[in-house]
Write a protein that binds this ligand. Structure first.
Ligand code: PMP
Length: 453
């Protein structure tokens, strides 16, 4: 009864992100009520295993009292403090310091945002400011990758390469350029890692030369492309790309909004890849989704140019909620949890997840299983030899998503036939086993779908 009235209210008033508004009205909302660990409960009382940690963000899992307590304590003591006018709060200052201590290399300065999109947006502003301060105002061209995702702000959505984020919005802008994704499963140069790295380097070089090296401001990459379909570049790819940016004097931004905070194993994927970017953007796992927050990490040499460039003038970039004390208190507690066994459990659970998904490779619909740590995907095909994607009619991703849901499993079903997995790092063996078993059942049902044959 309650659920029915909520469905009506939702239909009438709530605009849902990245959805077909009319399609959503027809389907109606599925109301989630509560959650604990990796288990989510619908308003009807039915339970599901969350194989996607909300939206790749609830890394710590649901229902941690210590996180709730940290937020409540901070709300009671000081629910808000601006970071404008030389003001600050203890949790925000401590968090910046703890993060800088753990970040790769000289990423010693942290700018807090409300999420990933405004973290990316902030880097674009900082980068323009940086090049102006260096006396190179012509460096205003930005490069990112096909299949990349860098948020949904007006400018960030132009670095994003997903068609739905562009169509009808008049973006990307003419100063936003793309190079092909290092997508091993579907790459014109084949699956060999060295060949893919060489092709990416050649493509980036060609793009820089085409634009004019003196005009390129920055290159953006995700260590693993998330929303593009969990695309895992070959080992060594990001290091090679980072070096090429250095050779050309172009800033390199690692967008770790998904890969950060234990998703691939270590706290940051950059550490694993042995690189130090000029900026690193993070969000999601920073607070495990309990409250909104993102963090931009800025290297010393960039910070100094901006700081000296501004002199006594204000760098005019800020939000009311920059460095929010409640979000910072939550992030500090989440950070403590990561280091108190959560990262370790994520590595163990990630190995079980990958092994379990690999075990599905024999399924007729599974073209490829890929991933790292607790970030994984299955790419569905109808012909393994030819890598033929499922026909569009059979793969309204929605249908696979719905079957999984009915089987008690939340996953991401991308429109291109990729199933995405990003479970909470707190998953137990039985959570992981349920994810695998329910995935197999979903695949079997999909095989029976007459549209698939
Ligand atoms: N960058 C990447 C790599 C992301 O995956 C996302 C979100 N999925 C964003 C930026 C944007 O983050 P948000 O949705 O918090 O604005």
């Amino acid at each position: 009864m309650l659920a029915n009235s909520l469905i009506e209210l939702d239909r009438a008033h709530l605009i849902h992100p990245v959805s077909s508004y009319r399609g959503h009205e027809a389907l109606g909302v599925r109301v989630l009520k509560s959650a604990k660990g990796a288990t989510v409960t619908e308003a009807s009382g039915r339970q599901l295993v969350d194989g996607f940690a909300g939206l790749w963000c609830v890394n710590a899992g649901y229902g941690h009292d210590s996180i709730v307590e940290a937020a409540a304590r901070q709300m009671r003591e000081l629910p808000y403090a601006t970071a404008y006018f030389n003001l600050g709060s203890e949790p925000a200052i401590r968090l910046a310091s703890e993060l800088a201590e753990r970040a790769p290399g000289n990423l010693n300065h942290v700018y807090f945002t409300l999420g990933g999109s405004d973290a990316v947006d902030s880097t674009i502003r900082f980068i323009r400011y940086y090049w102006n301060a260096r006396g190179e105002p012509k460096r205003d061209q930005f490069i990112s990758m096909e299949q990349g995702y860098h948020g949904s702000s007006v400018v960030g959505a132009g670095l994003t390469a997903l068609p739905a984020f562009h169509a009808g919005f008049g973006i990307p802008f003419e100063w936003q350029h793309k190079i092909p994704s290092p997508y091993p499963y579907r790459n014109p140069v084949g699956e060999d890692g060295n060949a893919i790295i060489a092709a990416s380097l050649a493509a980036l070089k060609a793009k820089i030369e085409e634009i004019g090296p003196e005009r390129v401001a920055a290159f953006y990459a995700e260590p693993i492309q998330g929303s593009g379909g969990v695309i895992v570049p070959p080992k060594g790819w990001i290091k090679a790309i980072r070096e090429l940016c250095r050779e050309y004097g172009i800033l390199f931004i690692a967008d770790e909004v998904i890969t950060g905070f234990g998703r691939t194993g270590p706290l940051f994927a950059c550490t694993d890849e042995d690189i130090v970017p000029d900026f690193m953007t993070t969000a999601k796992g920073l607070t495990s989704g309990y409250v909104p927050m993102g963090a931009v990490f800025m290297a010393d040499h960039v910070y100094d140019v901006i700081a000296d460039g501004a002199g006594n003038s204000a760098v005019g970039h800020g939000y009311t909620y920059s460095a929010h004390p409640v979000s910072a208190a939550v992030a500090l507690e989440v950070l403590r949890l990561y280091e108190d066994g959560l990262l370790e459990n994520g590595i163990k659970a990630g190995a079980r997840l990958m092994a379990g998904l690999e075990g599905l490779s024999d399924h007729p619909l599974v073209g490829e299983v890929r991933g790292r740590g607790m970030l994984a995907a299955i790419e569905l095909v109808v012909d393994k030899q030819k890598k033929t994607p499922l026909p569009a009619s059979a793969m309204p991703a929605r249908r696979v998503f719905d079957r999984a849901w009915d089987n008690g499993l939340i996953i991401r079903a991308f429109a291109n036939g990729v199933l995405g997995y990003a479970p909470p790092l707190c998953c137990t063996d039985s959570d992981i086993d349920a994810i695998i078993e329910r995935t197999r059942r979903t695949l079997d049902q999909t095989l029976d779908d007459p549209d698939v044959r």
